[in-house]
Design a protein around this ligand. Structure first.
Ligand code: NAG
Ligand code: NAG
Ligand code: NAG
Ligand code: NAG
Ligand code: NAG
Ligand code: NAG
Ligand code: NAG
Ligand code: NAG
Length: 356
C-alpha cells in the first residue's frame, strides 16, 4: 500500500520544480533539554501552505497554527502561511525519532522527516574485581558495567592514562554493556588505579579500582644525612610490602643491633672505630617471605674517624721528657755558641786582611 504512494512522492519530487520543495531541520539535545524543529516551503511566499507536524509515532502534533497534541511540552514557536517552527521542551528519551512535516497543499503531499536526537547519558560505570589482594605475577580480571546511553558510549579500561589492550566487551540482555580486562600485576602496581572510562558525547565518566598486590618485603637502606656531630653514622632501613611487613631490624653477626639505636629501623654507629666496619643485615618479613638487605660499612664510610683513631697518645711520665728537653736545649745552646764563636773569628780575619 505504501510502495505506490512512495513511488508517487518520489516521482513528484523528481518532477517538481525546485521552488516547490519543502525543507525541514531537526536537532540534537540531551534528555531534559530543548529542541527546535523547523519546516518551511520554498514555494512562492504568497501561496498559502497547509503544514502539519507528526511525531515519530505518526500522531499529529500541529495542524497549521492549531495545536493538536495535549502534551504541553510541544509548543508552536512561530507560524506563517509557509513556515512552521515548533519546539519540544523537557526532552524525554522516548521523544527520540524522526518527526515529519507534511505539506498537504502539494499534490501529492510533500513529506519530509526531521530527526530528533535525544542524547541519553550513560550510567556511572560499576567496577567489580577480586575481593582480596592478589599475589604478584598473577593476573586478575576486572569487570566494568554501564548502561551505555544514546548514542551508545564507548567503554574501556585505562592504566596510567594508557588504554589497556587486553579487554573484551560484553553486551547484556537488559541493554547494559560490560568491559572485562585481565591484568598481570607486579609489585609496582600495588596501590595504583585501573580506571574504567565511559566516553560519551555528553561527557566522560570514570570509576577507579585500586589494585592490591601482595609481595614479600622490599628493603631500602639509606644513609641519613646531617650527622653533624661527626663521629656517628646513621642508616635507615625501610620496608615496603603487602601484607604489611614487620618493622625492619638490624643485625650484626646474627646479634640484634637494636641495642645501639633509638628507633629500631635506624642503625646508629657512634664512637666509630675500625671495629665498626663489616657487614650489617636489615631483616623484615611478612606472610610471603623474609627479605635481608646487607650493608657493608667500610672505613671510607666514616668521615672524621681517621683523625680520632690515629690520635697521638699523651706521655704518661714527665721526668724523662723534661730531661730530654733540657738535653736538647743544652745541645742547641752549645751549637749556637760554637757557631757564633766561629763566625766572629772569621769576621776578624777578614777585617785584618782588609786593614792591611
Ligand atoms: C490561526 O490563524 C487564523 C488565520 O490564519 C486565525 O484566524 C486564528 O485565530 C489563528 N489561531 C491561532 C490559535 O492562532
Ligand atoms: C530516521 O530516518 C533515517 C533515514 O531517513 C534513518 O536512517 C533513521 O534510522 C531514522 N531514525 C529513527 C530513530 O527511526
Ligand atoms: C615475580 O616475578 C619477578 C620477575 O620474574 C620476580 O623477581 C619476583 O620474585 C616474582 N614475585 C613473586 C612473588 O613470585
Ligand atoms: C591477555 O594477556 C594475557 C597475558 O597477559 C595473555 O595470555 C592473553 O592471551 C591475553 N588475552 C587477550 C584476549 O589478548
Ligand atoms: C582515579 O585514578 C586516577 C589515576 O590513578 C587518579 O588520578 C584519580 O584521582 C583517581 N580518582 C579517584 C576518585 O580516586
Ligand atoms: C646489647 O647487646 C649486647 C650484645 O651485643 C648484649 O650483651 C646486651 O645485653 C644488650 N643490651 C641490651 C640493653 O639489650
Ligand atoms: C662513646 O664514648 C663515650 C666517651 O668517649 C662514652 O661515654 C659512650 O658511652 C660511648 N658510647 C658508646 C655507644 O659506646
Ligand atoms: C666491604 O667493603 C670493603 C671496602 O669497599 C671491601 O674490601 C670488602 O670486600 C667488602 N666486603 C664484602 C663482604 O663485600
Amino acid at each position: 500500500m505504501w510502495t505506490p504512494l512512495l513511488t508517487v512522492v518520489c516521482l513528484s519530487l523528481c518532477a517538481c520544480q525546485e521552488d516547490e520543495s519543502l525543507i525541514v531541520k531537526g536537532g540534537s539535545a540531551i534528555v531534559g533539554g530543548k529542541i527546535q524543529l523547523d519546516c518551511w516551503s520554498k514555494a512562492p511566499q504568497n501561496t498559502v501552505r497547509i503544514l502539519t507536524w507528526q511525531n515519530q509515532a505518526k500522531q499529529v502534533l500541529f495542524f497549521n497554527n492549531k495545536t493538536v497534541t495535549q502534551d504541553s511540552r510541544f509548543k508552536l514557536v512561530s507560524w506563517q502561511s509557509h513556515r512552521s517552527i515548533i519546539s519540544i521542551q523537557k526532552l524525554k528519551a522516548e521523544d527520540h525519532g524522526n518527526y515529519t512535516c507534511i505539506d498537504y497543499k502539494s499534490q501529492p503531499p510533500l513529506i519530509r522527516s526531521a530527526s530528533v536526537n535525544v542524547w541519553v547519558p550513560p550510567s556511572q560505570p560499576v567496577v567489580s574485581g577480586p575481593e582480596k589482594p592478589i599475589r604478584e605475577n598473577e593476573s586478575m580480571e576486572l569487570l566494568c558495567t554501564s548502561k551505555p546511553g544514546r548514542p551508545a558510549a564507548t567503554i574501556y579500561w585505562i592504566n596510567d592514562e594508557r588504554q589497556l589492550r587486553n579487554e573484551t566487551t560484553h553486551v547484556y540482555m537488559n541493554g547494559m554493556v560490560g568491559s572485562s580486562v585481565r591484568i598481570l600485576v607486579d609489585r609496582r602496581d600495588d596501590g595504583r588505579h585501573a580506571t574504567c572510562v565511559v566516553n560519551h558525547i555528553t561527557g566522560v565518566l570514570r570509576t577507579n579500582w585500586t589494585l592490591l598486590v601482595e609481595y614479600p618485603p622490599e628493603l631500602e637502606i639509606s644513609k641519613v644525612d646531617g650527622s653533624s656531630e661527626g663521629e656517628e653514622l646513621k642508616y635507615e632501613c625501610r620496608a615496603k610490602g603487602r601484607p604489611r611487613p614487620s618493622p625492619p631490624r638490624w643485625f650484626r653477626d646474627d646479634k640484634s643491633f637494636s641495642n645501639f639505636s633509638t628507633m629500631s629501623n635506624y642503625l646508629v654507629l657512634s664512637n666509630l672505630s675500625m671495629s665498626n666496619t663489616g657487614l650489617y643485615v636489615c631483616i623484615s618479613r611478612n606472610g610471603l617471605g623474609e627479605t635481608r638487605a646487607t650493608l657493608n660499612v667500610s672505613a671510607s664510610d666514616f668521615p672524621r674517624v681517621v683523625e680520632t683513631t690515629s690520635e697521638v697518645s699523651t706521655p704518661s711520665y714527665k721526668w724523662p721528657l723534661v730531661a730530654g728537653a733540657l738535653i736538647i736545649f743544652l745541645i742547641i745552646l752549645i751549637v749556637i755558641s760554637i757557631a757564633t764563636n766561629h763566625y766572629l773569628k772569621t769576621r776578624k780575619g777578614v777585617g785584618t786582611q782588609r786593614g792591611r
